[in-house]
Design a protein around this ligand. Structure first.
Ligand code: PLP
Length: 411
């Protein structure tokens, strides 16, 4: 992996005088992915699974090849990959197509206190609909680690739906705890869903070793197009799922009064699917497979986090929200607050200097509130970010705080 060369592959990152540090929200696109979209629309456009003509057959073949590429990327079988428009839709699909049919009053859905709204609100809805209860694995807010997760699995647990890495805090699982939690969940017959949205562009995912029933992630965070996402659903759990939407392309037979669903991913991809998005996502996966050494990437991103933490620690009114030691060795993001200055003001002032960071409750409002904050600033890195960018960010943050202080003194 040659990081300076890779950076050149991302046209917008190179073109704008911009320091882009909001990769946990969405990542920029390599030319190879943009070319794949251009090629599909300009040279080989057609719809899938129906056109008995060359363009239709070509589109079907590219779409199904995209499924195979994504499957291989996460060590799944091809028919275990369902294309969605993102993590949010993948989780809502599981909620509507699996959970609504299998949960009832008295059952428990086990989540953690660090979930993104995408892995909280759908389960609140399922709880309302079925009478099931939400149970939360608590966060130790001092060490930023989820406490004794397997202890929260009981005979009532029917679903464990947890994030692999927090979009606010980064790493939150103690070594080995996730495997024990999964094993315990399966012992009581519960189904396990992992939200891999914050992992997939930073570390390899292997659904077999994770032993999950469902794994979800978004393509746009993986350098792919918006509107692309993945739901891995194991062969065994697919048998217990009902269609998510009903319409074209997902039946063997339809009659005036009933229909017989297809098996496999088609059952969950009603209507004209996200064809270009899947092809673009496969191109970004192929780009990563060709160019990325995950160990080197991990070291590169952790080194950037170390620089960040080192700089932030010298700033008197800045408090890092997250486990500094772990972020410095395995992080890809760092969240913080500046006492006396609202996170939105920090982000706005940095934006005037061409620096993009995220500020707010980061779509994890219950967590941010529980940590005693209303709003955080989050800096998140990807493969194309450099030490020089982190240094610039730190300088401009210091200037921003100084300027704000001056304004307050003058007023
Ligand atoms: N889960 C986590 C951990 C996330 O970080 C995000 C997005 O930031 C999501 C879910 C939702 O992803 P999307 O908005 O792409 O559906």
């Amino acid at each position: 992996m040659n990081q300076p060369t890779l950076r050149k592959d991302f046209p917008l990152i190179n073109r704008l005088p911009l320091v882009y540090l909001d990769n946990a929200a969405t990542a920029h696109k390599p030319q190879a992915m943009i070319d794949a979209l251009q090629h599909f629309y300009a040279d080989s456009y057609g719809t899938v699974h129906r056109g008995l003509y060359a363009l239709g057959e070509q589109a079907t073949s590219s779409y199904e090849q995209a499924r195979a590429t994504v499957a291989q990327f996460i060590n799944a079988a091809t028919e275990e990959i369902i294309f969605t428009k993102g993590t949010t839709e993948s989780i809502n699909l599981v909620a509507a197509a699996w959970a609504l049919y299998h949960l009832k009053a008295g059952d428990e859905i086990l989540l953690t206190e660090v979930e993104h709204h995408a892995n909280l609100l759908p389960w609140q809805w399922v709880a309302e609909q079925t009478g099931a209860q939400l149970v939360f694995i608590p966060l130790d807010g001092k060490n930023y680690v989820l406490q004794n997760p397997a202890a929260y699995v009981s005979s009532k647990t029917k679903l464990v739906a947890v994030t692999l890495s927090s979009n606010v805090l980064g790493p939150v699982w103690a070594a080995g705890d996730l495997a024990v939690l999964t094993q315990r969940a399966h012992e009581v017959g519960a189904v396990v869903l992992f939200d891999a949205a914050q992992v997939v562009s930073h570390a390899p995912i292997d659904v077999r070793s994770l032993k999950a029933d469902f794994v979800v992630f978004s393509g746009h965070k993986l350098f792919g197009p918006t509107g692309s996402g993945v739901l891995y659903a194991s062969r065994s759990v697919q048998g217990a799922m009902h269609p998510y939407q009903r319409g074209g392309s997902m039946v063997y037979e339809a009659w005036f009064d009933h229909a017989i669903w297809q098996d496999g991913p088609q059952k969950f991809e009603a209507g004209t699917p996200l064809i270009a998005e899947a092809i673009g996502l496969a191109a970004s996966v192929a780009y990563l497979q060709k160019n990325i050494d995950w160990d080197l990437l991990h070291k590169h991103e952790a080194a950037l986090c170390r620089e960040l933490i080192k700089g932030l620690k010298t700033m008197p009114r800045v408090t890092i929200v997250g486990n500094r030691e772990r972020l410095a060795t395995e992080g890809h993001l760092v969240s913080f607050v500046v006492q006396g200055i609202h996170a939105h003001d920090i982000a706005g002032m940095l934006s005037n200097k061409g620096i993009a960071v995220r500020a707010g409750h980061l779509c994890a409002q219950p967590l941010v509130r529980a940590l005693g904050h209303e709003s955080l600033v989050r800096v998140s890195v990807a493969l194309y970010n450099t030490t020089a960018e982190i240094e610039l960010f730190l300088r401009e943050l210091e200037n921003t705080i100084a300027l704000f202080n001056q304004l307050v003194e003058q007023s």
